[in-house]
Design a protein around this ligand. Structure first.
Ligand SMILES: Cc1cc2nc3c(=O)[nH]c(=O)nc-3n(C[C@H](O)[C@H](O)[C@H](O)COP(=O)(O)OP(=O)(O)OC[C@H]3O[C@@H](n4cnc5c(N)ncnc54)[C@H](O)[C@@H]3O)c2cc1C
Length: 470
């Protein structure tokens, strides 16, 4: 049976690569997107003449994004000029300690050694060790739900003990000073996750930024979905923007009918959902199986946190990212300064910056919109991020409730939290085991929620669909 047609719900990173991959294979694809443009959480926008990315700020996995682009017939570097970030991030703590990471491994380790004698060579050793594991496991990111056979074939089986550990346990074995361990775990802290629950592959991040590098696309991350949407349109994909899917209905047991808030009914051979994975099952499908409902409802969710979009004046001082770890139960904070990389992006001396702070999903739900706003106001009033800022204006903010309504998120969450346990159990499958004809893409389906992973997930979902109809 050939899939003559497919409907993709959502034009986020996963929806866009899925749509393009299917269109290239000759499938007639319609993308139905509730927002007025493509990109979802990875989209960019403008405020008072200054460009902003809604959420994401760094590409830590350029090879993964390149792979996804190639899989949809595009060369990333031809479409998205990428800047390697040299002075990447610094982590401040209330005791005045600063831990700073640059792309250059020797220089970064040298600075650690001066701060904590003996830590430099140990850091180099740690990075080289995780880099070797990364090399072996990296290909598994491009397989839909890798199993034992994939681990055996790739040689990844040697690293099963590593995969069974949490990030905390990997860091504990490195023999590095506690401040350095906290700074290495920052990608977990900024995701609002506890290090003891975080999966070990997060340890790969320093191997990536000291190896292939960390990148920022000139013009912002939003350039990536813009390029994909334009390519999809050229490949014949039809986009319905400003239309929300309200239900996926079955015919003969298969997902075959998509209903929208415009009262339209589309009949299709297959449905690819880039809407929230859990929400697709629980909100869009009629009567999901009770066991599935119970399993999905148990998954802890990840809040997008709070964010302030700022116009600032003052010295443009690297590094690109400044994290603050207050300690105790307080969450990490991050100041993103794109002007470090694009100093010409200014308006009348004001340049764009963002304050990004995670928030626990349960807490966000408990305190509601007002409590979320108070939390954000309290953080904006903190002094740490104004070290180089003379003046600032808050141009806009987003709380979890606003993210939820602006981006059509399931219960104001980005996806289920990526814990070590959830990674081992497997994320939501690209091909639904419960509903034939339904495929899932996006951050709920891949072992990681980065833009690159979501792009890969779209390709994998499309390939599952194409395999099924071959
Ligand atoms: C604050 C923040 C910072 C981040 N930082 C980084 C970073 O530095 N680096 C990085 O790589 N990643 C980062 N991320 C993660 C990354 O942005 C996301 O994981 C990724 O963009 C999600 O892509 P997705 O394919 O899952 O789809 P989404 O972006 O969730 O898009 C789904 C789309 O589906 C649409 N939709 C939903 N329901 C319906 C419906 N019923 N009908 C029609 N359309 C619907 C939505 O409107 C949306 O456009 C960050 C995210 C946030 C929030």
């Amino acid at each position: 049976m050939a899939a003559r047609s497919a409907i993709v719900i959502g034009a986020g990173m996963g929806g866009l690569t899925a749509a393009l991959r299917l269109a290239r294979a000759g499938v007639a694809v319609r993308v139905i997107e509730a927002r007025t443009g493509p990109g979802g959480l990875a989209a960019g926008f403008e405020l008072e003449g200054l460009p902003f990315d809604a959420g994401p700020y760094i590409l830590l996995d350029r090879p993964g994004l390149e792979w996804a682009f190639r899989a949809v017939g595009l060369e990333l570097h031809e479409h998205v000029p990428l800047q390697r970030i040299e002075d990447i991030y610094e982590v401040l703590t209330p005791d005045g300690t600063r831990v700073r990471f640059g792309a250059d491994l020797e220089a970064t380790a040298g600075a650690f050694d001066r701060q904590w004698p003996g830590s430099g060579p140990r850091y180099v050793h740690y990075v080289n060790d995780v880099a070797k594991i990364y090399q072996r496991l990296e290909p598994l990111q491009r397989i839909s739900r890798p199993g034992l056979w994939d681990l055996l074939r790739s040689g990844g089986w040697r690293h099963i003990p590593f995969l069974l550990r949490s990030l905390n346990s990997v860091l504990a074995r490195a023999g590095l000073p506690p401040h350095l361990c906290d700074a290495l775990a920052i990608w977990t802290h900024i995701a609002g996750q506890r290090v003891e629950h975080a999966p070990s592959p997060l340890a790969f991040v320093p191997a990536l930024f000291h190896g292939v590098g960390a990148f920022y696309p000139t013009g912002g991350i939003g350039r990536i979905p813009t390029v994909l949407a334009a390519a999809a349109q050229r490949a014949g994909v039809v986009f319905d923007y400003g239309v929300k899917v309200t239900a996926i209905r079955r015919q003969g047991g298969r997902a075959a009918i998509v209903q929208t808030d415009r009262g339209e009914t589309h009949t299709t051979n297959a449905v690819v959902s880039n809407a929230a994975g859990v929400g697709t099952y629980l909100d869009l499908l009629e009567s999901p199986a009770p066991a599935l409902r119970t399993r999905l409802e148990k998954l802890p969710l990840q809040s997008p946190g709070v964010i302030a979009y700022l116009a600032v004046k003052g010295a443009i001082a690297p590094p690109y990212l400044r994290f603050y770890l207050p300690g105790g139960d307080e969450r990490c904070r991050c100041l993103v300064t794109p002007a470090v990389l694009e100093p010409n992006v200014q308006n009348d001396g004001w340049y764009p910056a963002r304050l990004i702070v995670p928030m626990d999903h349960t807490r966000a739900q408990a305190v509601g919109p007002e409590g979320q706003r108070e939390y954000l106001d309290r953080i904006v009033a903190e002094p740490w991020w104004r070290e180089h800022v003379q003046e600032h204006r808050v141009l806009a903010t987003r709380t979890p409730t606003q993210w939820g309504s602006d981006y059509h998120l399931y219960r104001d969450s980005m996806n289920p939290v990526m814990t070590a346990e959830f990674m081992r159990a497997g994320r939501l499958a690209h091909r639904s085991a419960e509903v034939p004809g339904l495929y899932l893409t996006g951050s709920a389906t891949h072992p990681g929620q980065w833009v690159s992973f979501c792009a890969i997930s779209g390709v994998l979902a499309a390939e599952r669909l194409l395999q099924d109809v071959r």
